[in-house]
Ligand binder design. Sequence first.
Ligand code: ADP
Length: 428
Amino acid sequence: MITISSGHVIALVAAFGLLLVAALLGAAQAALSRITLPTSLKLEAEGRRGSGALVRLTEEPATTANILALLTLLSQAAGVALITVVSLAVLDAPWAVLLAAVGGAVLLYVGAEVAPKTVALQRAESAALSLAPVVAPLARVFGPVAGVLIRVGNAIAPGRGLEAGPFVTEDQLRAMIDAAESDEVIESSERAMIHSIFELGDTMVREIMVPRPDMVMVSVEESLHKVLDVILEAGHSRIPVYRDSRDQIVGLLYAKDALRRLHAGGDEEGPWGDLLRPAHFVPELKPVDALLRELQAKKIHLAVVVDEYGTTAGLVTIEDILEEIVGEIVDEYDLEESLVEPLTDRRWRVDARLPIDELSELVDKELPAEEWDTVGGLLFGLLGHVAMPGEQAAVDGVRLTAERVDGRRIAKVLVDQLQTEEDEPGGG
Ligand code: ADP
């Protein structure tokens, strides 16, 4: 005969009360995981109710998450313990413990995990605003307890852990971005841009610069008339100016300064050194993200790249960095040219400046890209000497032929994908 005393009823009511608390805490955890400090500050500026408490909670997200985890666990454990005690007393059999444990777990999972978190995630902002005024005082009271317990935990398992907060690695972030794209949360172009931004830190200036042979430069000895011819032909608005040799860059000439001088009736043949603006120099092994910050902070558009010996290696502009993120930009004066010309499905004519990574994609191989950045560099390295037109070298089933050589520099390369045994099951 099952008898339920009023004490049991009170205990059960208390247990459900605790499960309700656990549900609210779960909802708060889910909602707060979606709200960052800038968002809560914005809500505070809008004067939303509850935003003050929300700001306090998001100021220290790691501490808030730890306290919420502790409180959730406490209320869940206490709730299930009460249910177990009541079941045991009422049913008076050992299996009552098992029933209470399994029943309690299912109840908790559905009622205090899945349901409240799903609701809170869908309306993260309003859920966070309504729950923050309740959670913030709790956090203040239980904060020190959680802090002590984490320290005890860290003593058992030392290392960077919960105190540092929920941290993610770059790989995890990138995986999340890929997942967001497959879930159609973001577009594939946005995904590509975000990945490119991560890669900026691993890309060196020399990989994106316009190399020295392609720099349009003028000597300070030239007449302004001649200089203007060069500017008009190249279509660039900033031209490095050198004295004696291309390694002695003395400044930059802006096309608009030259035009202004001529427009004002200045002498086309006279000296123009006073028009020079200071050049900014950067090392070729600087990461591109640092370069972007530097150019932005100093409000510089073009930097001259030098190698470790101070020799001019190339130049780089903000446009070159943006192209790394958003892809090739063709402005009205850039010459639109393709670096790859397909000849057959296994043969291409490529510009020697084509990055090795792009050739690897083209031939679907992992070509060695540690020592050289461009296809011209790769062929030069494989040959081990200055190339003569027609010279060939093969690497990883790809044959490179120096088709055109300008002076000591390879200009055009023929790429042949060689037949392999795998391609021809019958042959060999
Ligand atoms: P501009 O409009 O003056 O050409 P941008 O900053 O838009 O300058 O750059 C467009 C492209 O031209 C970039 O790839 C940049 O590196 C290149 N570039 C800019 N100035 C020169 C120059 N003097 N010589 C060679 N390439 C240049």
